[in-house]
Every structure is written in C-alpha cells, then in structure tokens.
Ligand binder design. Structure first.
Ligand SMILES: *[C@@H]1O[C@H](CO)[C@@H](O)[C@H](O)[C@H]1NC(C)=O
Ligand SMILES: *[C@@H]1O[C@H](CO)[C@@H](O)[C@H](O)[C@H]1NC(C)=O
Ligand SMILES: *[C@@H]1O[C@H](CO)[C@@H](O)[C@H](O)[C@H]1NC(C)=O
Ligand SMILES: *[C@@H]1O[C@H](CO)[C@@H](O)[C@H](O)[C@H]1NC(C)=O
Ligand SMILES: *[C@@H]1O[C@H](CO)[C@@H](O)[C@H](O)[C@H]1NC(C)=O
Ligand SMILES: *[C@@H]1O[C@H](CO)[C@@H](O)[C@H](O)[C@H]1NC(C)=O
Length: 215
C-alpha cells in the first residue's frame, strides 16, 4: 500500500516539477533579452518583411544590434536601409522606433503589420514600388513621421489618417508613374484635413507635404 502511495506521490512531484519548468520557461521566453527587441516585435518585423517584399533582413542577427544588414552604412537622401531601436527601456530591452526603407525597390504593399510595433514613431518608405493604399491598421499607431511618397499607391487618401493624432510630419501623393496622382480627389484630401483638425492635430507643429491635385 505505502509503496503505491509513494509511487503516486513521486509521480505527482514530477508533474509539478514539469509544470513549474514550463511556467518558468514561458516567463523567460516572453521577456526580451537585454539588447534585443521582444519576440513579438521580431515577429512583427517578419510580417512587415513579407508585406513589403523585403527579402534581405537577416533574422539570425539581432534586428537591434546595428548589423550592416539592418543598418546599412552611409545612408543618403534617396537610399536609406535602417531599422533603429531605442534600448533605453527597463532591463535594457530594445524597441523598434524607426524604419527607413528608402529606395529599396520593394514591390509589395504598405505593411498593415507596422501597427504591431507599439513603439514605432517613424516610417519612411519613399521611392519603392509599393501598391495598394494606406492600411486602416495604421490609424491606431502613434506615428510621428510618415512618408510614402514615390510609390504606386492607389485609391483615395483615407480620412482615418487623421486618427494618428501624434503625427507631426506627413508626406504623401507625389507618385511613381502618376498612379495615385490621377485618382486622388480633392474631397478625399479635404476629408483628411477636416478629420485632422477635428481630432486636434492643430495642437502640434504640423509639417504636411502634399501635392494638391485636381481631378
Ligand atoms: C545571416 O546571419 C548569419 C549569422 O551571422 C549568417 O551565418 C548567415 O549566413 C546570414 N544569412 C544570410 C542570408 O546572409
Ligand atoms: C547602435 O547605433 C546607435 C547609433 O549609432 C547607438 O546609439 C546604439 O547604442 C547602437 N546599438 C548597439 C547595440 O550597438
Ligand atoms: C536614415 O535613417 C535613419 C533612421 O532610421 C535616420 O536617423 C537618418 O537620419 C537617415 N539618414 C538620412 C541620410 O536620411
Ligand atoms: C528612448 O527611450 C527612453 C525611455 O523611454 C526615452 O527617455 C528616450 O528619450 C528615448 N530616446 C529616443 C532617441 O527616442
Ligand atoms: C499590387 O501588385 C500586385 C502584384 O503586382 C497585384 O497582384 C495586385 O493586384 C496589385 N494591387 C493593387 C491594389 O494594385
Ligand atoms: C478613426 O477614429 C474614429 C473616431 O474615433 C473611429 O470611429 C474610426 O473607427 C477610426 N478609424 C480607424 C480606421 O481606426
């Protein structure tokens, strides 16, 4: 009898140990290592890469480690391939704050997954071949700087851009092949501006650079 009881106790003890190990593993897995972005931000970068068609980010390397793959040296006004992180968060955890993919010949779409980066402040996708329109997901970001000029965008300028009340710089419209140019209607720009004003964007220093186009 006592032998069976011992066996059961031993089994229970083992189960508890396994459970504890699982819980601890889970906890350490969720927390980012110092000097690295948290796993969910790395996943967001993977999703963004797929969406924009960025094929040369090396995920074996730390995206926040200044490897030349993630931060190409000597950027210029027309060519800039940079993911910038801020590693001054508690426990040395890094967060992605800026993405510059200028002149990268990207042929995907504007990435909805950008909204999965909670600390993102700057996105510059100037001079690529991205098509489609500005994703509604971006409305929930705290972007301060947004440029998507010289791409192959289409549709109207969405009024929900005005929801990004943190925005201080917006560059839109000047488009590759005039694709967007032909389709933009004055009312869509008007709606955007009204929305921005309604949401209190007037409070901020607001640099806006749009080419007005009459259809
Ligand atoms: C990515 O980085 C790893 C580690 O430095 C390296 O072994 C691998 O060759 C790189 N992959 C590519 C495609 O450059
Ligand atoms: C990466 O470069 C930036 C700017 O030069 C610097 O502030 C930061 O400390 C560097 N990060 C690492 C991990 O070397
Ligand atoms: C390149 O991008 C980084 C941010 O990711 C920015 O700080 C830097 O000023 C840019 N360089 C040029 C020349 O535009
Ligand atoms: C980095 O994050 C720290 C902590 O939130 C903040 O005080 C600092 O201003 C940030 N630096 C940059 C360059 O965004
Ligand atoms: C964007 O480009 C892809 C591939 O060329 C194409 O399949 C898709 O229909 C385009 N989407 C729009 C909205 O133009
Ligand atoms: C923009 O904000 C308005 C008002 O708060 C909200 O009704 C709308 O759903 C938001 N749009 C998006 C795309 O998030």
């Amino acid at each position: 009898m006592s032998i069976i009881l011992n066996k059961i106790l031993e089994l229970l003890f083992r189960l508890v140990l396994i459970l504890l190990a699982l819980i601890l593993f889970e906890v350490t897995d969720v927390h980012a290592q110092a000097g690295y972005p948290p796993p969910d931000e790395v996943q967001a970068l993977r999703d963004i890469a797929k969406e924009v068609g960025k094929r040369d980010w090396n995920f074996s390397l730390n995206p926040c480690g200044n490897n030349s793959n993630w931060v190409t040296p000597n950027p210029t006004e027309t060519y800039n391939n940079t993911v910038q992180c801020n590693c001054s968060y508690p426990r040395g955890v890094c967060h992605v704050i800026k993405i510059f993919l200028k002149g990268q010949d990207l042929d995907g779409v504007l990435p909805p997954s950008l909204a999965k980066l909670p600390y993102i402040k700057t996105i510059d996708l100037t001079r690529n071949y991205l098509n489609g329109t500005i994703p509604p997901e971006w409305a929930s970001t705290n972007l301060e700087y947004l440029s998507v000029t010289v791409n192959r965008l289409s549709g109207v300028i969405p009024a929900y851009l005005g929801n990004i009340t943190s925005l201080v710089y917006l560059e839109l419209v000047v488009d590759r092949d005039g694709a967007w140019r032909g389709r933009i209607q004055m009312w869509s720009m008007g709606t955007l501006l009204l929305n921005m004003l309604a949401l209190g964007l007037g409070r901020h220093i607001f640099g806006i650079h749009m080419t007005p186009v009459l259809v």
